[in-house]
Design a protein around this ligand. Structure first.
Ligand code: ANZ
Ligand code: ZN
Length: 818
């Protein structure tokens, strides 16, 4: 910080340092935000994705913590019994890698980081029920990971299998598909390679259909997160049908979503791992070249193979396949872009309608037949849209849907194919060859095979080892006392499983444990979970939109099937915040652009920092950090302070102008309440700034501020500030003779007072006036837009055309650009 510190504070001047420490002590000592079950009050579980304890928090992190804290305080004032817990995602790769970098044992490292983070959260004024704190590296926690594993095992939902897996050469461990991002390890950005290994899986695919976001589930989730879940599960309806190989006995199945295009098949493709490829190459004249091709491709990650910006590689297998619909012989290839892990691992290729097939056909000089007539102005390559079917004999003239129906009938009646549903979702690979995770509670016995550790012997303690560096095999394998055990079943010598569990197992159920964090005899008391759960509001980063949320939803469905929970979706409402960026990049330690809150706390105080985090922009959007921003919210707080400490209202009769002030306070209240509810924090802060200006003008007016009016409006201002800038609001409230502000209820706005004048709003379509409407002068942007879009004249004018952009300048104008 370049500017100097203020020289002296006058008595009663706003001194955040003193005030903030005082209130942080008070909230903690009084356990103000600790929660007990209370049937008389509606509960509100307000939970933030528990953080990996990274130690130092920067402004990017704090945005998130501030939002959650505002909601805790706001919902509590609204009368909810709020559960506001905090825990630590302290097992797993990120923690272990950071510990290795720091040269400290992961346990010591983690405990140090947690202590440090708690200090920082306290300084922000973030309040939690610390009696419910949990950390996944503690045996009291991970024994229930192990218990959960045993339940899945018993239900046939956990299994061990040899499978091609994603291997990170740097982290020396396997990764779930979900942890591979564009071919790179999500944790360290190293290109991932494939290996065949024995691994543990959870059978999440058995829940694929139930995990698809239905029409009513996940209603209060961001649509894009819902879509990401949907796409990850990737349900496809289509047809599987059999194809023969000309002149040979072998047949293979293909899966297609477009049976209506079968007449356009000009080649067929087997995945390089398809068992027939090996068979067809064996003894053939191009065996050597074919095997070299297969070896090359199978080393590449699926993501690379599916990449759209590289040429598709293939190898002609020297035989033809027979198109069952017309008997045509088409060349049979093996190619990189067909994956063994999806569908049947074989496709009919229809370049006229499939872009991947088009590219392959062009590269290998294969015929292209269009079977769907593209529109006249179409200038692309493969045409994937709807249209009239051509070149397809008895399908000609139909459209896509009719063509699909008729071709399905054809396949089914001849028993060549059947309708089929395929999922992109694969089973969840949960074993890791790393030290810092919960040991998998299984024992391998030469006589009995895989034997679960009896529940009574949990937890399988994670042994302390000297050497926990990753080496391709779990470091636990080197601990003889850990590995060698008696078989629980036959008593003979046996060996423990030495892999540890993916940290996403820990995070798939921790939120439930907050309901009953110290239970030693069960994962939780179902009655307590019934009271607190599901989570009412879940806040976290969109980077967890696929993996963590999907796993948590899966485990909750399993627990529901076990009768332990009474709901099947864990998170009722989900909020994903935008990122804070600086110098054009996401704020992060690795980018070297982090802003630490500490000097800002010292100079401006936590309330000003919080307010700036809230004010910086719409909560869902990324926002650019500017150091000077805090200056603005600090000035606002000083103004509020002066209003509370320096103003001397006058005793006189009330007049019309006084009513305007009260009305303004009520309108602000209505707006701030609904804004906070919707995470529109920036506009809530703006509204409070406006109200403080109104009050400022009021006290300077000729008649002066009438005492009762001023007190009433100012009290409302403080209550509205209570969740946002809690320290100062509490202090001023107390100075004015109030009890603990956190215990006050959120006031109700008076409908008679918020009635406002109306103004004429103009609705334009692409700049031309199309309608006029009387609206409240304080109308919100989204309300103005929805009024405009539902206006009868506008609906008629638009005639179904999707607006490109909507520019709203409430209350005067909404311009719909088409
Ligand atoms: C012929 C066809 C014609 C296809 C057409 C699409 C469009 P989704 O929607 O993702 O399920 N396919 C099937 N198995 C495959 C595999 N193992 N690797 C790569 N591609 C595979 O995609 C289903 C479509 O993806 C299938 O339908 C198949 O190509 C291809 F105009 O068959 B289609
Ligand atoms: Zn045995």
């Amino acid at each position: 910080m370049s500017h100097g510190l203020p020289v002296v504070f006058r008595f009663m001047q706003y001194d955040p340092g003193t005030i903030e420490a005082k209130w942080q002590d008070r909230w903690e000592q009084d356990k103000t935000f600790y929660a007990v079950e209370d049937e008389a009050r509606p509960k509100f579980a307000n939970i933030q994705m528990y953080p990996y304890p990274s130690g130092v928090l920067h402004m990017g992190h704090l945005r998130n913590y501030t939002y959650v804290d505002v909601m805790t305080r706001f919902k509590r004032m609204q009368g909810f019994n709020v559960l506001a817990p905090m825990g630590w995602d302290s097992f797993g790769l990120p923690a272990e890698n950071a510990a290795i970098d720091a040269g400290v044992h992961p346990r010591d490292f983690i405990e140090q980081q947690i202590a440090q983070m708690k200090v920082q959260l306290r300084r922000l004024g973030a309040v939690y029920d610390w009696s419910r704190e949990l950390a996944s590296h503690e045996p009291a926690y991970y024994r229930w990971d192990q218990w959960l594993f045993l339940q899945l095992w018993e239900r046939g939902l956990a299994y061990k299998a040899n499978a091609p897996v994603n291997w990170c050469p740097k982290d020396q461990t396997v990764l779930a598909n979900e942890q591979v991002v564009e071919g790179l390890c999500e944790r360290c950005d190293t290109p991932v390679v494939r290996r065949d290994l024995d691994q543990w899986f959870f059978k999440i695919t058995e829940y694929a259909d139930r995990l698809l976001p239905g029409d009513s589930d996940l209603e209060e989730w961001p649509p894009r997160v819902r879509t990401m879940q949907q796409n990850w599960i990737g349900r496809s309806e289509g047809v599987s049908f059999q194809m023969a190989i000309a002149g040979r006995d072998e047949v293979f199945d293909v899966f297609t979503t477009r049976p209506d295009t079968t007449f356009g098949m000009t080649f067929a493709v087997l995945a390089p791992e398809h068992p027939l490829v090996d068979l067809l190459l064996a003894g053939s004249e191009h065996e050597e070249a074919g095997r070299a091709f297969v070896a090359e491709v199978t080393n590449e990650s699926d993501i690379d193979r599916l990449s759209t910006d590289r040429p598709k590689k293939g190898f002609f297998l020297g035989v033809n396949a027979v198109n069952p619909i017309n008997g045509a012989e088409v060349p049979l290839y093996t190619a990189d872009y067909v994956l063994m892990g999806y569908g049947t691992g074989a496709i009919m290729a229809v370049p006229g309608q499939d872009q991947r097939d088009w590219e392959f056909a062009v590269a290998h000089d294969i015929e292209i037949i269009r079977t769907v007539q593209p529109p006249e102005d179409f200038d692309g390559e493969a045409y994937t849209g709807d249209g009239v079917i051509v070149n397809s004999d008895w399908l000609d003239g139909l459209d896509k849907d009719a063509g699909i129906a008729k071709s399905i009938e054809w396949f089914e009646s001849r028993e060549i194919g059947t309708t089929d549903v395929k999922y992109r979702l694969r089973d969840w690979l949960i074993s890791r060859q790393r030290y810092w995770g919960a040991p998998i509670p299984m024992i391998s016995c030469p006589r009995c095979g895989l034997v679960p550790v009896p529940e009574s012997e949990l937890p399988v303690l994670h042994p302390d080892v000297e050497d926990y560096q990753p080496k391709g095999q779990s470091p636990l394998a080197a601990v003889a006392e850990f590995v060698n055990v008696d078989c629980p079943s036959c008593g003979g010598p046996a060996k423990r499983e030495t892999d540890t569990m993916d940290t996403f197992v820990d995070s798939s159920w921790y939120f439930l444990r907050y309901s009953d964090p110290h239970n030693e005899s069960a994962i939780f008391d179902p009655e307590k979970v019934k009271y607190w759960m599901p989570v009412d509001l879940y806040v976290g980063g969109v980077e967890h939109a696929v993996l963590h949320l999907l796993y948590a939803r899966f485990i909750v469905k399993v627990l529901a099937d076990m009768g332990l929970v009474t709901f099947s979706e864990p998170f009722l409402r989900m909020f994903t915040q935008g990122m804070i960026t600086k110098d054009g990049a996401k704020m992060s330690k690795s980018k070297g652009n982090v802003v630490s809150p500490d000097p800002l706390y010292d100079y401006y105080g936590a309330d000003a920092v919080r307010l700036y985090e809230l004010f910086i922009g719409p909560a869902t959007d990324d926002a650019v950090w500017t150091d000077r921003g805090v200056e603005g919210t600090f000035r606002f707080l000083k103004k509020v302070w002066r209003l509370g400490t320096e103003v001397e209202p006058v005793d006189r009769a009330r007049a019309g102008g006084d009513r305007d002030v009260i009305a303004k306070a009520h309108r602000t209240l209505r707006k701030v309440g609904s804004d906070i509810e919707r995470f529109h924090f920036n506009t809530a802060v703006a509204a409070l700034m406006e109200l403080s200006n109104t009050l400022n003008d009021y006290v300077r007016s000729d008649a002066g501020a009438e005492r009762e009016t001023f007190d009433q409006a100012y009290s409302m201002l403080l209550k509205m500030l209570a969740p946002l800038a809690p320290h100062m609001a509490h202090e001023l409230w107390e100075m004015r003779g109030g009890e603990l502000l956190a215990n006050e209820s959120w006031p109700d706005w008076d409908p008679d007072l918020v009635i406002e004048e109306t103004v004429t709003m103009v609705i334009q379509i692409s700049g031309k006036v199309r309608a006029r409407l009387e609206v409240a002068s304080g109308i919100a942007e989204d309300e103005a837009i929805s009024l405009a879009l539902s206006n009868e004249r506008i609906v008629t004018q638009l005639d179904g055309v999707e607006p490109k952009r909507i520019i709203a300048r409430p209350p005067k104008l909404v311009n719909i650009v088409v």
